[in-house]
Design a protein around this ligand. Structure first.
Ligand code: FE2
Length: 293
């Protein structure tokens, strides 16, 4: 049988493989560009509201259901952080928390024009008070005393190595906050001095890793902290970046429990260093305290 040869110029063109190295590089480059764009453009603005129950057995039964709003790490930059802060305040107010805790880093690098931030924060209110403490950036920029007097004019409590006692639904409760840890002057003994053991304590310490030392002095029903920004840029399926800040390496995000004490670390609202977030949305948190699980 005779086979006829088809001339080369009449043969159908060879099919290109679907997945070539060049195409793979293109996909990777495109995905990387999309991630970078997302980190700069969307990641810093896409505010989330986290709602969690926290079981604090030392709480009196009347405190069951107490709703604590947490908002940290505003990192105010004049002219740049107004939008996300405005939305955070609106979302917080819409949640109607019983009290609001703001554990520090109000200022980023320059505390000379904090007036726009203070105007926005002045809208915050809660039936049992609004409380704040120092963050390391507030200390480093020497903004602390100005912030404290500004907040006190608004009727907020700005606590530095101090506590205040509340009575909520007939139950005692204390809010206690140290100075910032990183180059600050934290004095946990002074912060908690004179508090009877039976009074449950809500603690505020900007840098979360101080939790281990704070609870050496007495159980803390719930410490709230910020500082880590949840890593600020997380890697999906991998987790937190290797470069976490000093005093923010052990407790990075969410709730942890140790020795009859608990800590909640918020991802916060703003950013430090580069204004980027990836897979780590800014956060307003509402924690509902439960006397029993
Ligand atoms: Fe911060």
């Amino acid at each position: 049988m005779e086979h006829q040869q088809t001339p080369a110029d009449q043969q159908p063109p060879a099919k290109k493989p679907l997945f070539t190295r060049r195409r793979a590089m293109g996909v990777i480059a495109g995905a990387s560009a999309a991630c970078v764009a997302d980190a700069f453009l969307t990641g810093t603005r896409w505010l989330s509201v986290t709602r969690k129950d926290v079981v604090c057995p030392a709480m009196g039964g009347s405190l069951d259901g107490l709703r604590v709003g947490v908002m940290a790490d505003i990192h105010h930059r004049p002219g740049k952080s107004a939008g996300i802060l405005q939305r955070a305040v609106e979302r917080m107010l819409a949640e109607k928390p019983d009290l609001i805790l703001m554990p520090g880093d109000f200022i980023d690098q320059d505390g000379t024009d904090a007036a726009p931030m203070m105007r926005t924060l002045s809208k915050l209110q809660a039936p049992h008070g609004v409380f704040a403490c120092m963050g390391n950036h507030d200390g480093w920029t020497q903004s602390g005393f100005k912030l404290r007097s500004g907040f006190e004019k608004l009727g907020f409590n700005f606590l530095i190595n101090a506590h205040t006692r509340l009575s909520i639904r007939g139950e005692p409760l204390a809010v206690a906050a140290t100075d910032h840890i990183w180059l600050g002057h934290p004095a946990p003994g002074r912060t908690l001095a004179g508090l009877p053991a039976k009074i449950p304590v809500l603690g505020m310490v900007h840098e979360p890793d101080f939790f281990d030392e704070f609870i050496q002095h007495r159980p803390i029903s719930l410490q709230v902290s910020g500082h880590t920004h949840g890593g600020q840029c997380q890697v999906p399926l991998v987790g937190y970046p290797p470069l976490l800040p000093q005093y923010g390496k052990n407790y990075v995000e969410g709730i942890y429990e140790k020795d009859n004490s608990r800590i909640f670390v918020t991802r916060g609202i703003g950013t430090s260093s580069l204004p980027v977030r990836f897979a780590c949305r800014p956060e307003v948190a509402i924690l509902t305290l439960r006397a029993q699980g």
